[in-house]
Write a protein that binds this ligand. Structure first.
Ligand code: NZQ
Ligand code: ZN
Length: 394
């Protein structure tokens, strides 16, 4: 096991009606001027935003609203949010929604704490992240895990670069999670979330560092749980117990508990972010579209690991290790198909892509082939291109 430092400062408030706790939680953070960030209207329609506003009003907490975050959240919108937070003199940002809303809230929190800096400098690495306003979350979608993560992902719409900024100051102070709030999710969005949760765990499981027994057990438990309960909520989104499991899996899959003592790989995420930045496709779908091609490209590096994954997660008991490894990849893809998720680029709804597009994405992900990506196998631009090529069919 590698040395590690684990920091999980987020207070999780989980269960029915927990959204009514917002004012109490804001006060506990010592805040009194809140900027509410939300998306394209689902939380207005469901009445959630009103419930939160009433809870803040009862406690005489001042607030301003900033709605309209789009999936694959845009840099320009976050910049607008920074201006609003500064002019309102906000001392806390409360994101009400899914990963895109939370990440925009985090970007605003960063920008408002350093208004003299253009926020993209925190994403392109020109500026070091040192401080942010506190962020609170009311989660409506189990997927990105941003409610406990140290990351915020933005798309620079001018360059079409989709990238993450990472720092512990971006971990939310609190996360309110009421599984009932996710009942209204469209099936496709729900399925994208289930894929993302499985993927956050897989991308910490396939790494070159061995011998993390407890971390492996936690990861395998999360994977079995998300597969079982993901299937259940896909059939019946109003299954409270199953949605509870899915929601909690989402947080545990990305608060780093499933990756302690080893480096993250995140190859599929890097491959997927290029597709997300270029074609504005839903994050989970970009992951399922490339994962199988990545897995078949790299599995020979550690056939035992893939066979183990198949045994522990999918109950595959083939004697021949290579057959077992390949079967584990097939079973994972079959699960994606059960959820009507794409398993190749052609199924993403953007059609099969010309070669130049694949090369462009491979070069963009590797900073024009100056860096390699991931660690299970370090991927060069050439490797990424080969994986895109393998995924580029109908
Ligand atoms: O905008 P509204 O109207 O709220 O609708 C949203 C949106 O259209 C809808 N939705 C959310 N909750 C709902 C609901 N519709 C009905 N009922 C509800 N209860 O869902 C749609 C998608 O929302 P979005 O926030 O984009 O989804 P998700 O949570 O999957 O977030 C995806 C973003 O997070 C990033 C992704 O790259 C992507 O940009 N990620 C962030 C991470 C992080 N910060 O740690 C890690 C992840 O790997 C990921 O990269
Ligand atoms: Zn993800």
């Amino acid at each position: 096991m590698q040395s590690f430092e684990q920091y999980m400062p987020t207070r999780v408030v989980f269960g029915r009606d927990t959204e009514k706790e917002c004012a109490r939680l804001v006060k506990k953070c010592g805040a009194s001027r809140v900027m509410l960030v939300y998306g394209g209207g689902s939380v207005v329609k469901s009445g959630l935003l009103n419930t939160i506003k009433e809870s803040l009003e009862e406690e005489e907490i001042a607030y301003t609203e900033f709605g309209g975050v789009k999936p694959n959240p845009r840099l320009s919108f976050a910049r607008e949010g920074v201006k609003r937070a500064v002019s309102f003199d906000a001392d806390m940002i409360l994101g009400v929604g899914g990963g895109s809303v939370i990440d925009t809230a985090k970007a605003v929190a960063l920008g408002a704490a350093s208004p003299e800096t253009d926020i993209w400098e925190f994403w392109n690495g020109d500026e070091k992240i040192t401080k942010a306003l506190p962020v609170g979350v009311v989660l409506t979608l189990a997927a990105a895990g941003s409610e406990m993560s140290d990351a915020a992902v933005l798309t620079n719409e001018e360059t079409k670069v989709k990238a993450g900024a990472h720092d512990d100051v971006l971990r939310p102070s609190f996360a309110v999670m009421n599984p009932k709030l996710a009942y209204t999710l469209p099936k496709y969005t729900l399925a994208c979330g289930i894929v993302d949760i499985l993927m956050h765990t897989l991308e910490r499981y396939f790494t070159p560092v061995k011998g993390n027994e407890l971390t492996d057990e936690i990861a395998e438990g999360v994977m079995r749980t998300i597969i079982r309960n993901g299937r259940a909520v896909y059939q019946n989104p109003a299954d409270y117990d199953a949605m509870s499991e899915v929601m909690w899996c989402g947080s545990v899959s990305h608060n780093n508990l499933t990756g302690l003592g080893r480096p993250k790989d995140f190859a599929a995420h890097k491959l997927g972010h290029e597709l997300g930045g270029m074609f504005d496709e839903a994050h989970g779908a970009t992951l399922s579209a490339v994962w199988g091609s990545w897995a078949r490209y790299v599995y020979r590096l550690d056939i035992d690991r893939f066979a183990d994954y198949g045994k522990k997660v999918w109950e595959i008991n083939l004697e021949d290790k290579e057959e077992a490894a390949l079967a584990s990849i097939e079973r994972t893809e079959a699960f994606f198909r059960e959820l009507n998720m794409p398993t190749c680029i052609g199924e993403l709804g953007i059609g099969v892509q010309p070669d130049e597009v694949l090369k462009k994405m491979a070069y963009s992900a590797t900073k024009q082939d100056t860096v390699s990506v991931a660690c299970f196998k370090k991927l060069t631009a050439r490797d990424m291109y080969e994986i895109y090529k393998a995924a580029n069919h109908k």
